[in-house]
Design a protein around this ligand. Structure first.
Ligand code: GDP
Length: 668
């Protein structure tokens, strides 16, 4: 029975070292003198060799991957077990499940780490999806000769509470004539202001905190970015982030130093801080226009508008008007009487009533165009923010709108895009490769992780509700970026509208938390949540919502136990000993002995028992601590007994909460 090892080696063409490696891998004991293998062991070795050779061959091929690929399909394509892919993703700081979608860049990095070569396989179908990047490309390539000037599009960014909203509102009040609301009370916060007979478009990007998302849209949205910095607060973390993102999309920055009326206002300090960030103010010899303003007093606003016009004049934003319209969805919501309302910004072409549309994965026909000041329009020109009625399904913020010739063309195109989008919904984006830092404690502390739940990812289940599609998308992006190697947020459902009983039903089984943004909670839902123990939290600031998520994620992280060695006591004499309790006399050799702290009894290198110091005496008096060099009496409670000549290691243990990203488990 069985097979001769030698024959197997010949059959598989293995060298001696390969043979022993495969035998090891197969868990076959290699005893001296054994010449035969059992059939099952031989089969196992053959299987291993076959797998390994197939992998090696695969590594020499170029693997073609689609722009979006699920973890499962990715594993199939490179012929590796899904678990290996998940493990490799984790090493790169991406926590993903089998069904999760990866974008090509992420998949390529992982493939490369594993030794595979890849290539992106962009199918024809995918070319139908107009991304902001592709849109930007189309717009820059367009026939320059027939382009005409269009108003500059301005976005406002900056740290929370530095006055973005107030500034937008104040400019609007002073420079926009209120029109007739055309029956639809759409809260449209993007508008056009008039200065010296020229128009300036202000775009309110909902959830400016979600910078990653804004950057994507920023690629095609803005001509000028206003960076708001409060004069009494200076540059903050989000300000820096805003600068990084504006620079990444290469949009000119104008700095508005806001709240100049406040007592602590210090514009000079802000300018110095700006200089340090390579935004040297013009008056310091740099290129960055800086305008001090007070929205409350209304000062500096004219200056700001003039500066915008100046910057715009240099860059001359232009577009073709006689082409089918191209636009981006800024926000969208469903209205109970007219259906879907979408606020879009026209980039090029003219949008007419009756135009057939493809909008992201849906289609439609323009039934109404409403201006930012509530007037019904027949058409909309480049740089205009308008609300349109007539789109079939709720589009996502950031979706591109295209006007097309035929209704059937619109429908077909939308249907094709829809199939692609079904595959591409919420891909896991390129990894934020956080190299997990191993915690190092100062001095003689060491880490004692309790149990190590390897590869076990905890999930924070979330049900999300927001007032608009734009803020919903922004929040989703922010929240999904917040995971860690050990905990990840998982959004069970996300929708536009108030919190209802339905949401409670979604949340309850998995103990999800319901997060609302600018929405109300139906009273029936409040009762149901109370009964079901479901937590609802509502926010008006995305940053605060994100903080809540961070807190809850950190609460899910198992704590670390940090040990601090305090001192060593040599046991000189044992006085008294009953079960679980012992009194010994000793000398503190180094450090200190301290009451109520923990002790290990060591006999040489061997740990005998652990316990706690319940009483401590020095010269027959009660003492809290006894220093090195002194003798002491120690009452020790624990599960073992000390003998003369043993050492007592005195130490302190603290349970510490962990922060996201501070990985206790080292990932190499
Ligand atoms: P955002 O989070 O950046 O949109 O900030 P807001 O516009 O909501 O403003 C935050 C706070 O600062 C609000 O209480 C505003 O009233 C206040 N604020 C904004 N602009 C000014 C200003 O020019 N002067 C003063 N004194 N307060 C301001």
């Amino acid at each position: 029975m069985g097979i001769k090892i030698q024959d197997l080696q010949q059959e598989l063409k293995l060298s001696d070292s390969e043979l022993s490696r495969y035998m090891g891998l197969a868990g076959v004991r290699i005893d001296e003198g054994v010449k035969r293998l059992q059939d099952k062991d031989a089969y196992r070795i053959k299987g291993l060799v076959r797998d390994s050779r197939r992998r090696e061959a695969k590594k020499k091929e170029l693997v073609r991957l689609p722009s979006i690929v699920s973890v499962r399909d990715f594993a199939l394509k490179i012929e590796l077990p899904v678990t290996e892919i998940i493990k490799q993703l984790l090493k790169n700081g991406v926590a993903a499940t089998v069904n999760e979608d990866l974008d090509y860049e992420t998949a390529a990095i992982i493939a490369q780490d594993l030794g595979y070569q890849t290539e992106e396989n962009v199918t024809e179908l995918e070319q139908d999806v107009l991304t902001p990047e592709k849109l930007a490309e189309i717009l820059t390539k367009e026939d320059v000769e027939h382009q005409v000037s269009r108003p500059p599009v301005v976005t406002i960014m900056g740290h929370v509470d530095h006055g973005k909203t107030t500034l937008l509102d104040t400019i609007r009040e002073a420079n926009v004539a209120a029109g007739e609301a055309g029956g639809i009370t759409q809260k449209i916060t993007s508008y056009q202001a008039k200065k010296k007979g020229k128009l300036i478009t202000f775009i309110d990007t909902p959830g400016h905190e979600a910078f990653e998302f804004m950057r994507k849209r920023g690629a095609s949205l803005a001509d000028v970015a206003i960076l708001v910095v409060a004069a009494d607060d200076g540059i903050k973390e989000q300000t820096k982030e805003a600068i990084r993102h504006a620079k990444a999309v290469d949009v000119p920055i104008i700095v508005a130093i806001t709240k100049m009326d406040k007592p602590g206002a210090d514009a000079e300090k802000v300018k110095r801080q700006l200089s340090e960030l390579e935004l040297v103010p013009e008056e310091y010899g740099g290129k960055t226009p800086v305008v001090p303003v007070s929205a409350v007093k209304g000062t500096g606003l004219d200056d700001l508008l003039d500066t915008i016009l100046l910057v715009a004049e240099i860059n001359e934003p232009k577009a073709i008007t006689n082409r089918a319209a191209l636009a981006t969805v800024i926000e969208s919501r469903r209205d109970s009487s007219v259906g879907v309302l979408a606020v879009v910004l026209i980039h090029a072409g003219t949008l007419h009533l009756g135009d057939n549309l493809v909008v992201g994965k849906t289609a439609g026909k323009v039934r109404r165009i409403i201006s930012y000041d509530g007037r019904s329009l027949k058409e909309a020109l480049p740089s205009m923010p308008v609300t349109i009625v007539g789109i079939q399904d709720l589009p996502d913020a950031g979706d591109i709108l295209q006007a097309v010739e035929e209704q059937t063309e619109a429908r077909e195109k939308a249907a094709r895009v829809r199939t692609i989008k079904q595959i591409t919904r919420h891909p896991v984006s390129a990894p934020v490769v956080k190299k997990p830092v191993e915690l190092r404690s100062p001095g003689n502390r060491n880490e004692q992780p309790k149990e190590e739940p390897k590869d076990k990812i905890k999930k924070l289940n979330i049900v999300l509700k927001a007032d608009t599609q734009g803020s919903l998308e922004a929040i989703r992006q922010t929240v999904m970026a917040m995971g860690d190697v050990e905990v990840v947020p998982q959004i069970l459902s996300a929708g536009v509208g108030n919190i209802t009983e339905n949401d409670i039903m979604t949340a309850e089984p998995s103990k999800a938390i319901i997060l609302g943004f600018n929405v109300n909670t139906a009273s029936a839902a409040v009762r149901m949540a109370d009964n079901g123990g479901v937590t609802i939290k509502s926010f008006k600031i995305i940053y605060e919502l994100a903080e809540e998520v961070r807190q809850r994620l950190e609460d899910l992280l198992p704590p670390v136990i940090v040990r601090e060695d305090l001192g060593k006591v040599a046991v000189l004499k044992v006085f008294f000993s009953i079960r679980g309790r012992q009194i010994v006399g000793g000398r503190v050799v180094n450090g200190i002995a301290k009451k109520k702290e923990l002790v290990q009894i060591m006999r040489g290198d061997q740990l005998i028992a652990t316990g706690k110091i319940t009483e401590l005496q020095q010269n027959k008096n009660e003492a809290e601590t006894v220093k090195a060099g002194s003798e002491c009496g120690i009452t020790f409670e624990g599960n073992g007994k000390a003998k003369e000549g043993d050492s007592l290691m005195v130490y302190h243990e603290e349970v510490q909460k962990r922060k996201l990203g501070s990985n206790r488990v080292k990932v190499e």
